[in-house]
Design a protein around this ligand. Structure first.
Ligand code: FES
Ligand SMILES: [Fe+2]
Length: 268
């Protein structure tokens, strides 16, 4: 920030009632890694510089390949006071602060107030910056809230699935199942998707082993699916992670044909 910059002024405020617990929100706030995946429209790449119980510092690129717009952002959390602040240390908007106050209103509901503070003195310019921030933050919180709600549901599903027994599941006649692919099925209390790869029907888990992100709508590209939450990718046939993390998909049942009927059966 230039020392001659005008002092910080509030450009705008965004208020939202979020259907997520404080725990889910803090998890999301500390999760810098989701920025370029979940918010792919707004961020292109994010690299961690440092993190701790205090928060994180990252290098964020907004436009793919446009390093001139890279920013260094630092998030500081005050969990006791239910608030955090994101400061732009370098890059466009250096010196600006985004101050967020959280106020739980029910076990899974939280009021969120986001204030945008920038070094700008001209009222018209300040107003335009504020409107732009509100537009972007509405979209970011739409995406974050959807993720938090989905994660809460996935955690509940996982608790419920514990101890479920795996018995064979008949999906229907071969031609009928092939015509309906991709097909979803529950086996042993877990959800799987059956897809066709190189002419074979293959089942794969649709819950990401990282944070339980949803894989049921992820396109299969070169035999792999990519999780929309943090971008980890998995080989559909083997379940192996192909993006470098030490994770793998839950073991999937075999897809076998018995007397012309497609059956999900326990893997070998
Ligand atoms: S939940 Fe993080 S990559 Fe899937
Ligand atoms: Fe987010």
């Amino acid at each position: 920030m230039d020392v001659r910059s005008p002092p910080l002024a509030r450009a705008g405020v965004y208020r939202r009632h979020v259907k997520a617990s404080l725990a889910r929100i803090w998890e999301n706030v500390f999760d810098w890694e989701h920025l370029p995946s979940l918010h792919a429209r707004d961020f292109a790449a994010c690299t961690l510089i440092e993190s701790g119980a205090w928060g994180w510092r990252v290098r964020l690129v907004n436009q793919p390949g446009d390093e001139t717009k890279a920013q260094i952002l630092e998030l500081h959390a005050d969990r006791r006071a239910h608030r955090y602040c994101v400061t732009t240390l370098e890059g466009p908007g250096a010196g600006s602060e985004i101050r967020v106050q959280l106020a739980p209103t029910a076990p899974r509901e939280t009021d969120v107030t986001v204030e945008f503070h920038v070094h700008e003195a001209a009222p018209a310019r300040l107003d335009a910056i504020g409107r732009r921030y509100v537009e972007v933050y509405e979209r970011l919180w739409d995406e974050d809230e959807a993720m938090m709600i989905a994660r809460e549901r996935a955690l509940a599903r996982r608790r419920k699935a514990r101890g479920a027994t795996a018995t064979p599941v008949r999906l229907g006649g071969v031609d009928d199942v092939r015509a309906r692919l991709p097909v979803m099925a529950v086996f042993g209390g877990q959800r799987f998707r059956i897809v066709e790869i190189d002419g074979d029907m293959v089942a794969h888990a649709v819950t990401c082993p990282h944070w339980l992100g949803p894989l049921e709508d992820a396109p299969v590209v070169a035999g792999a699916v990519t999780c929309p939450w943090h971008g980890y990718a998995f080989d559909v046939r083997t379940g192996a992670c192909v993006s470098g993390q030490a994770l793998r998909l839950a073991p999937a049942p075999q897809v076998v044909v018995e007397d012309g009927v497609v059956v999900l059966a326990a893997g070998a």
